[in-house]
Structures are given as C-alpha cells and as structure tokens.
Design a protein. Structure first.
Length: 219
C-alpha cells in the first residue's frame, strides 16, 4: 500500500474511533508515524465514546482521576500567574526589556530587524511591546508569510494583517513545498516581521547582551 493510501486509511480509521494501537497493528506503521499523522485529526463524539468504551473501567477511572488532579493543579497555577502578571506595570521600560527578550529568542541576529514565529500570541505581544518601546513608523513595517500550498492565501493574509496591524498589501507570500501528507488543520502559517531600523535593532541586541552579563555576575 502506498504512503498516501496508508495515510488516508489511517485518518479514516481514527475518525471511526480506532485507537493508535489498533491503527498501528492494522496498517503496520510505526508509533511515531501514527502520532504525527493523526494528532490533529478531529474525531466525532461517537468515536470518542468508542475509545472510552474500549478501555477497562478501572483504567478509565484512573485517567479521569489524573485529569481531575491536573485540572485542579492548573487552576491554582493559573490563578497565581494572573496575580504575578497583574503586579507588572507595562510601561516603556518594561516593554523594552520584554521586547528584547522575545527578540533574543526569535529574532534575526543579522540582516536587519526580523522576527519570525507561527504563534499569533507571541507575534502580537512582540509588536505591541515594540510599538510601546519605540517610535515605530508603521509604513516601514512589512512581513513575509510562509505558507503551504494547501493554505487559503487571502484568508491567511487577512488573518495575520488583523493580528499584526500590518496592511494586507505589505504582506508577501512565500510558499513552502508540502507533500500533502502532513497537513496541520488550523495551522496559520509562519510570519516573518520586517522593520529596517538599525538603531532599534542595536538597542534590542545590546539590551539582551547586557542582561546576560548582569545575570551572570549576579550568579
């Protein structure tokens, strides 16, 4: 059976409520392959019910207990996180420092100020902080959107334009090759923000470089 046929069969079996173990046994595929192909495949309520019914009662209760404990733990962590964040004053100084940390992690280190990520939350926060920290010329902001052939280009441009505040006509498209086997439902593509200002780039780089020195000396 060809790879595409295996993929289609695996998706169909998953939608019917088959477990990863059952699918691996029936199609003779690796555990990692099954997970990669099927992790984003939506399944119906009936299929979920079949998976639950296939488990032993004791095992199901154990899983529910674990999930309940995890949910309670996450609730406490969330409440504490909200308290910690509310204590911050998001002023220009705070914005500049956090912006530099994000840029340190995801920004280009050469060839101008470029910030690339697929997480709309991270992209939105970075640009929000950048705009607070520096006098940005909006006309100089542009972006390149990395998409696969299966994406709806106009839809994704509109989506990222809304996230970034960058005009649609200033967002270019770069198409990445895709075999069609590993489609990721809901994946919005990866956006590369560009803003050519050497002064801001230098400011961000010096800030996170000095941060390293201060933390290292403090240790």
């Amino acid at each position: 059976m060809k790879k595409q046929q295996l993929f289609d069969k695996a998706v169909k079996l998953r939608q019917q409520g088959k477990s990863y173990k059952e699918i691996r046994a029936e199609l003779s595929i690796a555990k990692s392959t099954a997970h990669k192909w099927l992790r984003d495949v939506p399944i119906s309520t009936d299929a979920i019910q079949r998976l639950l019914n296939a488990q032993r009662i004791g095992g199901a209760k154990g899983i529910l207990s674990i999930h309940s404990k995890i949910a309670e733990r996450n609730k406490i962590i969330t409440e504490n996180a909200k308290k910690q964040i509310s204590a911050f004053q998001i002023d220009k100084n705070f914005s500049t420092i956090i912006c530099s940390m994000l840029y340190w992690a995801e920004g280009a280190k050469k060839c101008g100020l470029k910030f690339m990520n697929s997480d709309p939350g991270m992209v939105s926060v970075f640009l929000k902080l950048l705009r607070i920290a520096f006098p940005i010329d909006e006309n100089k902001l542009s972006a390149t959107l990395h998409l696969h052939e299966y994406h709806d280009r106009d839809k994704q441009i509109a989506y990222w334009s809304n996230i970034t505040g960058i005009k649609s006509e200033k967002i270019k498209i770069y198409l990445k090759k895709n075999t069609g086997l590993n489609k990721r439902p809901g994946y919005p593509g990866c956006i590369n923000i560009q803003y050519y200002d050497s002064r801001i780039l230098t400011h961000l780089q010096i800030l996170y470089t000095e941060f390293v020195k201060v933390i290292s000396l403090g240790a």
